[in-house]
Write a protein that binds this ligand. Structure first.
Ligand code: ADP
Length: 389
């Protein structure tokens, strides 16, 4: 099946036309900087495009995507549309898009203020151009809905969970689901007898404990701010730091929000960049704060992985994925060094060569297994869409 996968973010629309049979993208691209200095960059079978574009809102961005697909003669081959949705609230699996689903997504705007309205608009706009095609919503949170209460409850009054549904939801579910299924396949094991920890390390990062194909705990929480140190996000911090900054520096809610979401993480620690390539390069040249940022990133990740291990009877493999997980030789090396208590002994040659000759495995034979698996969220969204329609 040919599926148009749409990822309507806060200020961008990414898309891919996926052929699920051959598992390839026939076209992909993005419209970014919606609202200011709009830009489209896309490639298709006929010709690529990379130019400025006036896109005041998401509606114009969706229009631009369908216009480009028309030019690429792909518009008529699309058989269904799959949407990436950040927060699924009550949904435990992918859903066929109906007006009820769109209304529900809008109703939980407070859970992901920048994303949920964009997703709902994306679905409504797509309906205008593809009125006869089925649409499916695939939620980042859905894969984590199998977590038991002991993992998803915070230690705050139970009424806050009951009345306001404040709990750990977890994110990057499509990626954790995709790489865990791939790991089970590559390890040549049965899902019912496999226990994994998956680490999705990108601009946002999260790790998850996967027991018998199901998520039993994860590091992101009520929002994608929780857990690991990320590019610009702090990850878990003592919440009392926020009260302290309010009292000492007079920071209000909006200032604190900006601090922990946009000014922290690798960027805040290093004072240099949120990009792991810049950080590792600078650290290797002796930049002290880049070194600290790298150390904190890797140590906190190892510490969280150690915590997630408590949710499993054993770990068959630790999986690295995402831009950093798939590409950073140094991060994988440091993380596994920090995790030597769990029996990891990295093979430097396999680490550099992505374990190409060993199904992605980068640790020495006989030691605990760590592996690299390239994530493919678009493919999983397309495959889920195919199953649902
Ligand atoms: P997103 O979470 O936005 O999807 P990605 O998964 O693409 O992001 O990850 C982006 C991160 O991956 C950035 O921090 C970038 O520095 C890092 N990255 C990409 N390539 C490399 C590389 N070769 N070495 C180290 N880090 C890399």
């Amino acid at each position: 099946m040919k599926v148009l996968v749409l990822n309507c973010g806060s200020s961008s629309v990414k898309y891919a036309v996926i052929d699920t049979k051959n598992k390839i993208a026939l076209s992909s691209g993005l419209v970014e900087n919606i609202g200011v200095n709009g830009h489209i960059k896309a490639k298709g079978p006929i010709n690529p495009i990379d130019e400025s574009l006036d896109v005041p809102t998401h509606a114009e961005a969706i229009f631009a995507v369908q216009k480009y697909l028309k030019e690429q003669e792909l518009i008529d081959v699309i058989e269904a549309i799959g949407h990436r949705v950040v927060h699924g609230g009550k949904y435990v699996k992918s859903e066929l898009v109906t007006q009820e689903v769109i209304d529900y997504i809008r109703s939980i705007t407070l859970y992901a203020p920048l994303h949920e309205p964009a997703h709902a608009t994306g679905m409504e706009e797509a309906k205008k151009y593809f009125p006869n095609l089925p649409q499916v919503a695939v939620f980042d949170t859905a894969f984590h809905q199998t977590m038991p209460p002991k993992a998803f409850l915070y230690g705050i009054p139970y009424e806050i969970y009951q009345d306001l549904k404040v709990r750990r939801y977890g994110f990057h579910g499509t990626s954790h689901r995709y790489v865990s299924a791939e790991a089970i396949r590559l390890l040549n094991q049965k899902a019912e007898d496999t226990y994994l920890i998956t680490a999705h390390l990108g601009n946002g990062s999260s790790a998850a404990a996967i027991s018998q194909g199901q998520c039993v705990d994860t590091t992101m929480g009520f929002t994608p701010l929780d857990g690991l140190v990320m590019g610009t996000r702090s990850g878990s911090i003592d919440p009392a730091i926020l009260f302290f900054l309010n009292k000492t520096l007079g920071y209000d809610i909006d200032r604190l929000d900006k601090l922990v979401n946009k000014e922290s993480g690798l960027l805040g620690l290093s004072g240099l960049s949120n990009d792991m390539r810049t950080i590792t390069q600078a650290a290797s040249e002796g930049h002290q704060r880049a070194k600290i940022a790298l150390e904190v990133f890797c140590y906190k990740l190892a510490r969280e992985i150690g915590g997630l291990a408590m949710a499993l009877p054993r770990i068959d493999a630790l999986v690295f994925t995402g831009g950093i997980g798939e590409n950073s030789v140094v991060v994988r090396e440091l993380v596994l060094k920090n995790l030597s208590i769990l029996g990891y002994d990295i093979d430097p040659e396999k680490n550099v060569n992505h374990g190409k000759k060993s199904s992605g495995i980068i640790t020495k034979d006989g030691s605990a297994k760590a592996m690299i698996i390239a994530t493919n969220e678009e493919l999983l969204i397309a495959m889920d869409t195919e199953v649902m329609v």
